[in-house]
Design a protein around this ligand. Sequence first.
Ligand SMILES: Nc1ncnc2c1ncn2[C@@H]1O[C@H](COP(=O)(O)OP(=O)(O)OP(=O)(O)O)[C@@H](O)[C@H]1O
Ligand SMILES: [Mg+2]
Length: 267
Amino acid sequence: MSDPTRPAGPKIIAIANQKGGVGKTTTTINLGAALCEMGHRVLVVDLDPQGNASTGLGVDDRPYTTYDLLLDDVDLSQVILPTGTENLSLIPATVDLSSADIELFSNEKRSFLLHDSLRQKGIDAFRFDVILIDCPPSLNLLTVNAMVAAHSVLVPLQSEFFALEGLSQLMLTIREVRQSANPDLRIEGVVMTMYDARNNLSQQVEADARANLGDLVFRTVIPRNVRVSEAPSYALPVLAYDGASKGAAAYRALAQELLAKNEKRAA
Ligand SMILES: Nc1ncnc2c1ncn2[C@@H]1O[C@H](COP(=O)(O)OP(=O)(O)OP(=O)(O)O)[C@@H](O)[C@H]1O
Ligand SMILES: [Mg+2]
């Protein structure tokens, strides 16, 4: 993904929203799979102690995890694992990561550990085009690490009442990270998830989001689709589980829109 404001190396996108269950992990997995389908090399970093991205991608054996990368200085080559999806790699997480938030606190470089791991020269050897970081449902030090490491933040917004409520807190955190550690951090965009076109509420939330956030909101909307929710139990992205489903089509469209946005920015 070319972007003149960014030196060579993978584009790093943090997928964040402190609200739980809004589609962060689903978007990480399926946007990642869609980018791979289009020929890009993608790394998913599971930064959530729940380990949902790792489970959803079928990686049950996790000898080394994000915890080891951040706190035990284990080398990238040991923590990066292949997944069942071609060109999609993963740094998995386990519940171990839940103590990291506290352990990081006494570390002088506490906000920069993921940055230093992912922005090191050694990452070039893996030839990733994109790194997607699946954040936990909190604005804790793990999420701050993701925002310091990233070039941009992508925000999934569930098409539900109260969806917009937490956004100001999220935007404030992004602003603080810009001021303190990562002045170039952009907002990649906001994507409406679990959208039900027959539901007035979904339409209302979408209208509010577009009125408040304008072009930040992706044109592509991810519909509520049962195939999307079934796919993780088969340890597959929805694109592999049911490539003809509406959910798969929506994530392909999101990947395309994201690439087009980045190309336009680069032009
Ligand atoms: N488009 C969709 N259609 C149907 N179900 C969906 C869709 N997107 C997500 N879900 C389901 O909603 C639930 C929450 O999604 P997901 O785990 O991606 O959210 P999250 O923001 O990562 O949650 P957490 O905050 O716990 O990390 C999951 O059961 C998932 O399968
Ligand atoms: Mg999640």
